[in-house]
Design a protein around this ligand. Structure first.
Ligand code: S3P
Length: 427
């Protein structure tokens, strides 16, 4: 077990440039694998999760190398993928497992996806069910868990699928499987989740009364290309909240994703009174990005209601930390999806805040917390969940005597350089 300790800095100041966005990086790797020929990816995420995506595509016959921060991906293309000699290990990465399931569903040979202990507890039926409409068969442990065996369809059928969970992973799995047929498949989305797959593949969509109809077919199979991955806005969230909460701070985070389906937490923090602005806005691979400038601010809590959840789901742990230091009670509802992330994040947040002495109320789909007197020097548990570990690292920075987090090395799942980034802006 490893334990990290965090103590209160005087101020957060300076500039950060972050490694590439994890969600966009996964897609750049998978789409480069689909395309026959050589693609390049600049500023790929250094998250351990990306190594999972890379090793899975390499088992299908894709070659890759890294030189001067640019990955080169050489692929035989989806039509010439080879049957892997072993199971495809997705590690801790839900995005790898679920998006890959969409690709494997249209291959002519059998494959199996496995994962680590945490991923093997997470639900897979959510992708098996829509993907089986294509004609592919699935066998999963306990009907819903990894290992997941994928048995080719005798004949693939196009699919029209209305999402019942607002999930970019399910949406992407179906859209990727749709690339396997000339006939059009369609995903119907009532509540929009992150839209990197649609944007990066250039998928055609229509919008009617707030409902999105997204089409996919072999016409959209990607060609080899050069990707530049903007910095990770979800990784940025921890430093943004630290700068907001520590008086006298000013932080510039350069070249991060500004896709509106990802900046929900910034919109919400602004509603709470945060001084955050976007500067220097640009576009790459159809994805907007730019700099964010953050100055410390007095925050007032505004409840997080169900319709906001899909666009800030990954940032709820750190928003709870911001909420603890804001005026009024922090409350989030409609977030039952938090229970099936890398950990049960509702339970993990309740455990750690309660341990510090914070008054917590738990709901099936959320929680409420009230600011109170906090115990000196708490020792938090990461639950081997990177976003829980980083949220309580920032919380510890704000406590008079600091705090500690056990099993902190799980931060490598999304940001192996977290401690280094923090030291760059705390001096
Ligand atoms: C992701 C989608 C979200 C998010 C995850 C990354 C993606 O999951 O929580 O960290 O890259 O598509 P869900 O689609 O399950 O909500």
């Amino acid at each position: 077990m490893n334990r990290a300790e965090f103590k209160s800095p005087k101020v957060i100041k300076g500039e950060l440039t972050l490694p590439g966005d994890k969600s966009i990086s996964h897609r750049a790797v998978l789409f480069s694998a689909l395309a026959k020929g050589e693609s390049s990816i600049q500023n790929l995420s250094r998250a351990e999760d990306l190594q999972s995506s890379l090793s899975c595509v390499s088992a299908l016959g894709v070659e890759y190398g890294l030189k001067n921060d640019i990955y080169t991906i050489n692929s035989p293309g989806i039509k010439a993928f080879r049957r892997p000699g072993h199971e495809l290990y997705a590690g801790n990465s839900g995005t790898t497992a679920r998006l890959l399931a969409g690709i494997l569903a249209i291959l002519p040979f059998e494959t199996t996806i496995t994962g680590d202990e945490s991923l093997s507890r997470r639900p897979m039926k959510r992708v098996m069910q829509p993907l089986s409409l294509f004609g592919t068969r699935f066998e999963a442990a306990e009907g819903d868990r990894l290992p997941l065996k994928i048995i080719p369809a005798i004949k693939l059928n196009p699919v029209r699928y209305e999402l019942s969970v607002a999930s970019a992973q399910i949406k992407s799995a179906v859209l990727l499987a749709g690339l396997g047929l000339e006939e059009k498949s369609q995903v119907i989305e009532k509540i929009q989740s992150r839209n990197h797959t649609e944007r990066m593949l250039g998928l055609q969509f229509a919008e009617l009364n707030g409902i999105r109809f997204i089409n996919s077919s072999s016409e959209y199979l990607p060609e080899p290309t050069s990707y530049f991955i903007p910095g990770d806005i979800s990784t940025a969230a921890f430093f943004v909240v630290a700068a907001l909460l520590i008086p006298g701070s000013e932080l510039l985070i350069k070249n991060v994703t500004l896709n509106p389906t990802r900046t929900g937490y910034i919109t919400h923090l602004k509603k709470m009174g945060a001084d955050i602005s976007f500067e220097n806005q640009k576009t790459s691979a159809n994805e907007p990005y730019g700099d964010i400038l953050v100055r410390s601010s007095d925050l007032k809590n505004v409840p997080i209601t169900p319709e906001l959840i899909p666009n800030l789901i990954d940032e709820i742990p750190i928003l709870a930390v911001a909420g603890y230091f804001a005026e009024g009670d922090f409350e989030v509802r409609g977030a039952e999806e938090l229970r099936v992330k890398e950990s049960d994040r509702i339970a993990a947040l309740i455990h750690n805040f309660t341990l510090a002495g914070v008054e917590m109320e738990e709901f099936k789909d959320g929680f409420k917390l009230q600011r109170g007197t906090v115990r000196a020097n708490p020792i938090f548990e990461s639950f081997h969940d990177h976003r829980i570990a980083m949220a309580f690292a920032i919380y510890s920075l704000l406590l008079a005597d600091g705090g500690k987090i056990d099993n902190f090395d799980c931060v490598k799942i999304s940001n192996p350089e977290f401690i280094n980034h923090l030291s760059l802006i705390t001096g």
